[in-house]
Write a protein that binds this ligand. Structure first.
Ligand SMILES: Nc1ncnc2c1ncn2[C@@H]1O[C@H](COP(=O)(O)OP(=O)(O)OP(=O)(O)O)[C@@H](O)[C@H]1O
Length: 336
């Protein structure tokens, strides 16, 4: 469990102190994949650097398990950081070292294992990330995705309790991004490892994360389970980030309101109802005529979900009954 309380960090700017983080509180469960999303300048990098105290906050605390990292002195903190793995956007590999030697590097720094034990651990890690056949190559001979696999293997070398990923897929093409996200999900499952990642991309959150916090101007403006935040985004920043990825409807709503005089419904489905002909069934049994305006059918971590915007032909008397009719079929209906 990671607990962040009242984390605050200022930087000097134009002669005054500007808050990069302003009272951030987070609770990240053991074994969870937790995403932190925000626009450029929201404070994501500052937050992730404060999580392992590469950056000292002005105020607030970071607890990892039952240990308060913010209370540790520099020496104790250096020891503790070995159990916090970090994956970087631009990989940060040592160019003069081979793949195997890059992965071995943190083991050498820790100095806990014999040479033979280190070699065995490197073999294990390269197998985990699928790079056994590339062990003798230099980073320059690898693709971006392969470089990031080395970065992940290196971050796992000292058996961390938590893996921090700083925009780990931002430098990669979509296909390679998917492969790295699958690898991170596998690692989370196999090792039960807590993963905290920062990203500006809602697709990364959708594919990988269990929970999400939305950061804006150094504050957490929304947080919760990914499914809940995707289906019921509360804050304008969350809504616009979702709309950009084609997963939100707030942006479209105004446009449809202007053009269509009929009442509008927002229908959300999770799990089984997303795979059933529910609209057809409700339409027939309740005698409803629905006009679909926009929709998303996708998966959040293997859970199918749907989010539809529909116009409905219904009287003022029929309209208030619709949420209950849809609820019987497992569909949440909001009259907008
Ligand atoms: N070392 C620094 N000195 C001064 N200001 C800084 C420093 N680091 C960050 N800032 C400022 O703090 C704010 C948050 O920056 P941060 O890099 O944490 O945001 P971010 O969400 O990671 O942005 P991006 O996605 O563009 O990397 C910004 O206004 C930035 O200009």
């Amino acid at each position: 469990m990671i607990e962040v309380s009242d984390l605050t960090k200022h930087y000097p700017h134009a002669g005054r102190a500007v808050a990069a983080l302003d009272g951030v509180n987070l609770r990240i469960g053991q074994g969870e994949i937790y995403g932190i999303i925000g626009r450029s300048g929201a404070g994501k990098s500052t937050l992730i650097r404060c999580l392992n105290l590469l950056e000292r906050p002005d105020r607030g605390s970071v607890r990892l398990g039952d240990e308060e990292l913010t209370a540790l002195g520099e020496r104790a903190l250096q020891q503790r950081r070995r159990r916090i793995g970090m994956v970087f956007q631009h990989f940060n590999l040592l160019r003069s070292r081979s793949v195997a030697a890059n992965v071995r590097f943190p083991l050498e720094l820790a100095g806990d294992l014999s040479a033979a034990q280190m070699d065995a651990r490197v073999d294990e890690l390269l197998a985990l990330v699928g790079l056994q056949d590339h062990r003798h190559k230099r980073p320059a001979q690898l693709s971006g995705g392969q470089k990031q696999r080395v970065g992940i293997a290196r971050a796992l070398a000292n058996q961390p309790e938590v893996l921090l990923c700083d925009e780990a897929t931002s430098a990669l093409d979509p296909e390679t991004t998917d492969a790295i996200l699958v690898l991170l999900a596998d690692i989370n499952r196999q090792l039960g490892l807590t993963i905290v990642l920062i990203t500006h991309d809602m697709r990364v959150i959708r594919q990988l994360c269990d929970s999400v916090a939305v950061l804006d101007h150094g504050r957490v403006v929304e947080q919760g389970k990914v499914l809940d935040v995707f289906l019921q985004p509360q804050h304008a920043v969350t809504q616009s980030l979702l709309a950009e990825t084609g997963l939100g409807q707030a942006a479209l709503l105004g446009q449809w309101r202007e053009r269509i005089a009929m009442p509008l419904l927002k229908l959300s489905f999770v799990g089984a109802p997303a795979l059933q002909p529910v609209l057809d069934k409700v339409g027939r049994t309740a005698g409803l005529r629905l006009n679909l305006l926009s929709g998303t059918l996708a998966e959040i971590k293997h859970t199918p979900f749907g989010l539809l915007l529909a116009a409905v032909v219904a009287s003022d008397v029929e309209l208030p009954a619709l949420p209950a009719i849809f609820a019987r079929e497992g569909v949440r209906c909001e009259v907008l």
